[in-house]
Design a protein around this ligand. Sequence first.
Ligand code: DAH
Length: 345
Amino acid sequence: MAEIFWMNLAEIDALTAEGVAGAQQAATVDAVEAVRIQYLGRKGLLPQIMKGLKDFAPAERGAAGRSANAFKDSITAAIEARLLALRGAAGAVAGPAFDYTLPGSWRGLGSLHPVSLVITDAVRIFSRMGFAVAEGPDIENAYNNFEALNTPAHHPSLAETDTFWLGKGELLRTQTSPVQIRVMQSHPPPVRIITPGRCYRRDTTDATHSASFHQIEGLYVDRQVSLADLKGTLAAFMRAMMGPDVGVRFRPHFFPFTEPSVECDFSCHVCGGKGCRVCKQSGWIEIAGAGMVDPRVFGKVGYDAEAWTGFAFGMGVERIAMIKYGIPDIRMLYENDARFLAQFG
Ligand code: DAH
């Protein structure tokens, strides 16, 4: 690297002119960089000039300082100008023309998952009818999940093949119904809640089954609640969810925690009840299990079964999402394929 052995004002100004000319004549970006290193770099001329300032006679020192600043500023400016010119020229000659008619690059916003969409809708619809949202833990005890729900220890749903047991009487809840127990244990009647949440069963995955899925549970306890209230509530919900012309019917069924128990169907919104592929030609689609809360369940939570009555229901969220959005396979809801999910934005 060049070294300055002696220095005077004229010499600094000469070096300035040299550096400016070097920058202006540099043919490439690399050549400009070489000029920068030679004149302004850490081991280049500028630090030597700065160091040499102290050797000037006091009378000359001010002028020398100004020359040194001019050295730095002029060469820096020349380098920047040259780089701009070189890059601009390269861009103009070799770069692609800017086509302002091309669409901009995609900046997609995320969208809610279909399961979240159904839960959000359900919470909105039920809250208009006065239902609050309650939640419970995914890890439950056997008492809340089975016994308090009047499900005897010999019931097949307790079997190893249906339930994920965790040991010490704990399990992954197989239904959202245990939240009914939690709510009634901690609140005196009346109660009006829904509880959306995740459930787990040892099901083999196929087009309509998944080992983890979601339910929305409902519970309404008050004086003189009737089966008609249940039907009216579920009909209002289904019409808000699926469309105003949807009809609702009950079929007798059995659940340990309700008496009487029903399965609830709604008329197929695709064919209007005439029969099609979606409803398997029956005109009806099953949507929920429901019934009047069994007095024995009230007994478990300390509610007076003479004074209070109630209805409860439980429905599958994935099932509603699949019917509502025409999704043919439950596994599509868990694959997280962004192209699939983006359709629901
Ligand atoms: N827990 C039931 C299931 O997972 C669904 C159900 C049926 C919930 C009847 C209820 C009910 O609250 O009253 O199959």
